[in-house]
Design a protein around this ligand. Structure first.
Ligand SMILES: Nc1nc2c(c(=O)[nH]1)N[C@H]1C(S)=C(S)[C@@H](COP(=O)(O)O)O[C@H]1N2
Ligand SMILES: [Mo]
Length: 443
């Protein structure tokens, strides 16, 4: 077995940043690492020694000022914001992914999150043509094609219909895409930050289908966005009529503009790209449309040059979120290993942990709610002996899908892929406690 760390960074740019330069220059790479290093310094200052030391004036037996003075009345902000001491918890972009200066991908700081819900201001973003600001009253959804009745809906029409709320993850298939050919990203936020999980509220598409009557022979539905990209995908009708949601709310409030306000499609467990934001049209037909996002993009080139197409399901995947490069080990002794697991095929059934790079495995415990096509939290009690360790998590779902090693994945899919990398991830814990992104490969 050999640890690999390469610096071949071209892959994900090709996949997710169509408008951008495909081969990042040496310079933009350096700029990227400088920014990443800056972020690490901030994390260290608030998360490590400085935090334990505190301000002597504020510590017992002294009485800190906040115990002696009347505090603020209600918050000055009518819409509350996080503590000023948590400013470091925010989405980040990778400059070399979109070197034009206009970022089109921002990553969720999953290293800073707890439980399974992604707060609305931290949901990752992916925009193919920027994001529009659409007044609710000017919004229309057209539903047409192979239906008994065609109809144009206002937001009021949509919100009058029976409501459902479901917790589901959304993951861009390019998440971890840069890791296909070797360990490349130096932070958890960038190796796995294109997945988020919210409670989505809206109306099941099934409800509209029942209202309008689907003609026999209809097999596919085109979902199209109202953004400048007019992003569109063909979706099999069985999936759309099953658990897909036209969602107007996330985590209890109306969608954020960057998440598709006022209405988006949620296609539970299917690749992020199909969760069309700012949705303006659903067309029912008898065959797929073969649009750009399902031909030239969101397909995987196999070793023999052929294309794997309509790769909808997000496979069983997991990652350790503590420790991680952003939050290194604080010394020998007890450490609770924590992480997230998810599968687009159902519920997570279990997660195993290895501390020796995949030689031995021990079961982790699932903590909190275990839901269908949702992020699931796992924990594992660990006594660290202060020696080098290689931490891995491997999940399996209720349908029997097991997260593969990167070697197993490459064996089936070759090395040209960018999308759908659900391989087991490795963190190398050094004696210093520092955590590095490495790849364990027998090849
Ligand atoms: N209309 C429209 N829908 C879209 C996109 C887009 O650019 N336009 N991006 C897609 C992609 S590639 C992904 S991964 C998800 C990301 O959703 P998020 O930005 O809410 O995280 O939205 C999808 N839906
Ligand atoms: Mo995406």
């Amino acid at each position: 077995m050999e640890q690999k760390k390469t610096n071949n960074r071209a892959v994900m740019a090709q996949a997710e940043s169509e408008s951008a330069v495909l081969q990042p220059s040496r310079r933009s790479f350096l700029r990227g690492s400088a920014i990443a290093a800056g972020a690490a310094a901030t994390v260290g200052a608030t998360g490590g020694a400085a935090l334990a030391a505190g301000n002597p004036k504020h510590l017992p037996p002294n009485v800190p000022p906040w115990s002696m003075e009347l505090g603020d009345s209600v918050t000055a902000e009518p819409y509350g914001i996080p503590s000023q001491y948590e400013k470091n918890v925010h989405r980040r972009t990778v400059p070399w992914l979109t070197p034009t200066g206009e970022s089109s991908i921002s990553f969720t700081p999953i290293q800073d999150l707890h439980g399974i819900i992604t707060p609305n201001g931290l949901h990752f973003e992916r925009h193919h043509g920027g994001f529009p600001h659409i007044p609710k009253e000017d919004f229309r959804l057209i539903v047409h094609g192979m239906l008994e009745n065609e109809r144009m809906y206002t937001m009021q029409d949509i919100m009058r219909l029976p409501q459902v709320s479901r917790i589901h993850f959304v993951e861009c298939p390019a998440n971890s895409g840069a890791e296909w050919r070797g360990a490349q990203m130096d932070k958890l936020q960038f190796t796995h930050g294109m997945v988020s999980c919210c409670e989505w509220t809206g109306v099941l598409v099934k409800t509209l289908m029942e209202e309008l009557g689907v003609k026999s022979g209809a097999k596919w539905v085109l979902a199209e966005g109202a953004d400048a990209a007019g992003m569109s995908r063909s979706i099999p009708i069985e999936k759309l009529g099953d658990d897909c949601i036209l969602a107007y709310a996330q985590n209890g409030e109306m969608l954020r503009p960057e998440q598709g306000y006022p209405l988006r499609l949620i296609v539970p467990g299917f690749e992020g790209n199909m969760n069309v934001k700012w949705i303006r049209r659903l067309e029912f037909g008898d065959q797929p449309w073969h649009h750009r996002e399902e031909t030239s993009k969101y397909t995987d080139t196999m070793e023999d040059g052929s294309s794997r197409r309509f790769t909808w399901f997000m496979d069983a995947k997991s990652v350790i979120t503590s420790p991680c490069p952003e939050y290194p080990m604080l010394g020998k002794g007890y450490h609770q290993i924590r992480g997230l697991a998810w599968s687009g095929m159902g519920k997570i059934k279990g997660v195993d942990i290895s501390v020796d790079g995949g030689k031995n495995w021990m079961p982790a415990r699932l903590e909190g709610q275990v839901l269908d096509k949702s992020l699931t939290r796992f924990v594992f009690d660990w006594e660290w002996n202060g020696q080098e360790a290689m931490l891995q998590s491997r999940c399996y779902d209720e349908k029997g899908n097991v997260q593969p090693t990167i070697d197993q994945l490459r064996e089936v899919r070759g090395t040209w892929s960018i999308y759908h990398n659900n391989s087991i991830h490795t963190w190398l814990v050094q004696k210093s406690g520092e955590v590095l992104n490495v790849q364990v490969s027998g090849k």
